[in-house]
Write a protein that binds this ligand. Structure first.
Ligand code: FUB
Ligand code: ZN
Length: 621
């Protein structure tokens, strides 16, 4: 793969129900987050902030400060009045519910569980007799439903299905899943071969239907998902998107049949959800033409259209992609939801291929693009994530269009599910370095894996392997693309294991209780240059250490002229763990000539006094 950057290489399933669940058919199976307990400082504090502040914010905003829950109460006939807000506001309620449900698994909270029961009651009552569910149409003109493919009916329905599956997994209750099944059955009655054509204007339903298939075992949902994917690119699209000349079908990836996709176009979140759905269906139905399309478009996204933060979608105009290498910094759109989409899609690409290059990208988006989207306290959010600011861009409590806060809220409690995967003869894959305890089955043996690390602040990782009985299998350790040298030992014995082409080191041996692996990833400060075709970054460099992209914030440059700050070949860098700063982090102290400057991780910017920020710094050879 060609490297976009010159210097660094850029590159749920819980068993809990009486339903006939089916396993994922990817060549590697993720270890679900409910089998992974996160124990490290970095992610534990994010999860604490989520369980307290983020959920509280989402609940207050959907129920008390806006009309989102009231829309359901009105559609249920329990309150008078019309629909208020945006036509896809239902989706924020569902995403908030998904986040609450995930959080119940690791942080049981009877109050939140009761709140879900109450909301599910409204939702079930708001559902029409035929399974239709969407408060915008029910409270406006029900007869206009399923006429404008942009109007997000399937998008909202998809988020409802995801929330219902999460609720079922977390509580074992069927109340919400029944609503989801009734809705999906309604879809299957209305749409499909020989029925109404439909191109979902905002993708999401595709991956949700695959989740529902796995939760219920009913293949009809998988087939409907495939049919919906195949509807695209054949001129069936009708509605606002297709009427707007400057959008057109490419805006929602309806310009070519999905198997023919090669160039990334249009709305970024829609594209990511589409590709995730395609990957899920391709894994189930063995569709090499889908896999090939996904690999082609992945290269286009990652090599020509992705920011160093793993953010995508540079243009606010279409909330999406513009031209190759058009990656402005101040004007970068980089919606938080699009970075979450990158995590979802890249995770799936890795499960297909067991190639660590996808985890490199996933990690980049996760630690930079996604985490920047939420304040350290967990109660303020970025929708747009620029790489440079004049000091006027700040996180907010909520947004009129609130897709990002509720999306981060459902994403964070699922992070444990991205750390490990298992693949038959290929054994265990350690994809992310996150201090955790995980249980999984490998070669018919129960395995407990303990990971101890202070990543991303340093690259020392200790693993303790606890198989129920001595068993031979490979443990594949990902060597991140950013890491140029590492050392490895097993039970204190140095190993000369080499990184394989797929980005892992495979340690194959007969593992017994208490075996210990130690991996040390060298994590120096790196000065990164962009591809020269990115005109925004000509004459600039960025600083990265391990998976984290750094930035300078005006707050740290007191008494200095912001515009004088520059890097040269002679710039030096020192790192120090600063426990009192922000949430505790490794700061970088830079020095160019007599000038000192401080860099902090990009994800942590705008958590202090408002000020200017930049990732790409002037560079003088
Ligand atoms: O349209 C639903 C969501 O709102 C999209 O994913 C975001 O880009 C925002 O427009
Ligand atoms: Zn969003």
């Amino acid at each position: 793969m060609k490297s976009f950057w010159k210097i660094t290489v850029l590159s749920l399933i819980v068993v809990f129900s009486a339903c006939k669940e089916t396993a994922l058919k990817y060549s590697a199976q993720p270890v679900p987050f409910n089998q992974v307990k996160i124990t490290d400082q970095f992610w534990s504090s994010r999860l604490q902030a989520h369980a307290h502040a983020t959920l509280e914010t989402c609940i207050a905003q959907t129920q008390d400060s806006t009309e989102r829950i009231n829309n359901f109460i009105k559609a249920a006939g329990l309150m008078q009045g019309g629909h208020e807000g945006i036509y896809f506001d239902d989706s924020d309620v569902y995403k908030a519910m998904e986040g609450i449900a995930y959080s119940l698994i690791n942080n049981p909270n009877p109050e939140n569980e009761a709140l879900l029961d109450r909301w599910i009651g409204y939702i079930a009552k708001a559902q029409q007799g035929d399974g239709y569910l969407n408060t915008f149409y029910t409270l406006n003109h029900q007869e206009d439903s399923w006429t404008d493919m942009e109007k997000h009916e399937m998008y909202c329905g998809g988020h409802m299905i995801e929330a219902a599956v999460a609720h079922h997994k977390a509580t074992g209750k069927n109340s919400f899943l029944d609503v989801a099944v009734k809705f999906a059955d309604h879809l299957a009655t209305e749409f499909g071969p020989g029925k109404k054509h439909w191109v979902a204007g905002h993708e999401e339903i595709e991956l949700a239907l695959v989740k529902l298939y796995h939760e219920t075992g009913d293949k009809k949902y998988l087939d409907l998902s495939y049919w919906l994917l195949e509807e695209r690119g054949h001129g069936h699209g009708k509605g606002e998107i297709w009427n707007k000349e400057h959008w057109g079908p490419a805006y929602c990836q309806d310009d070519v049949p999905v198997a023919e996709i090669s160039d990334i176009k249009g709305h970024a979140v829609r594209a990511m959800y589409l590709f995730s759905g395609m990957a899920d269906v391709a894994a189930e139905k063995d569709l090499p033409e889908y896999t090939a399309a996904l690999e082609r478009v992945w290269e286009d996204v990652v090599e020509r259209n992705m920011y160093i933060t793993g953010g995508i979608g540079s243009s606010g105009d279409n909330e999406g992609f513009s031209n190759d290498y058009d990656l402005p910094n101040k004007e970068a759109y980089c919606e938080t939801c699009a970075s979450i989409g990158m995590v979802m899609w890249n995770n799936r690409m890795n499960l297909f291929s067991k190639d660590a290059k996808y985890i490199d990208v996933m990690e980049r988006s996760m630690y930079n693009g996604v985490l920047a989207g939420i304040s350290l306290e967990g109660d303020r959010f970025f929708y747009v994530n620029p790489l440079e600011s004049e000091g006027h861009h700040h996180r907010q409590q909520w947004f009129g269009c609130a897709c990002c806060p509720s999306n981060v809220s459902r994403f964070l409690p699922s992070v444990g599910g991205y750390i490990y995967a298992v693949s038959g003869a290929k054994g265990v894959f350690v994809n992310l370095y996150v201090g955790s305890t995980a249980t999984m089955d490998v070669k018919h043996t129960k395995l407990e894996l303990m990971q101890n690390t202070n990543y991303p602040w340093n690259g020392k990782i200790e693993l303790e392997i606890q198989p129920e009985m001595e068993t031979k299998f490979p443990v594949n350790l990902r060597i991140p693309g950013w890491c140029k040298s590492f050392s490895l030992s097993v039970n204190g014995q140095k190993q000369n294991a080499a990184k394989q082409e797929n980005g892992y080191v495979a340690l194959e041996r007969s593992w017994k209780k208490g075996d210990k692996v130690e991996l040390n990833l060298d994590m120096p400060v790196e000065v990164v240059a962009a591809d020269p075709r990115v005109t925004a970054n000509v004459g600039k460099r960025a600083i990265q250490r391990g998976p984290l992209v750094y930035c300078v914030e005006e707050n740290d440059q007191a008494n200095k002229n912001w515009n004088d700050l520059q890097l040269t070949d002679a710039s030096t860098f020192q790192t120090a763990y600063a426990s009192g700063i922000l949430d505790g982090m490794v700061e970088i102290q830079g020095r160019t000539g007599e000038e000192n400057f401080t860099l902090i991780p990009y994800f942590a910017w705008d958590n202090r006094e408002a000020g200017r920020m930049k990732v790409w710094l002037d560079y003088n050879e």
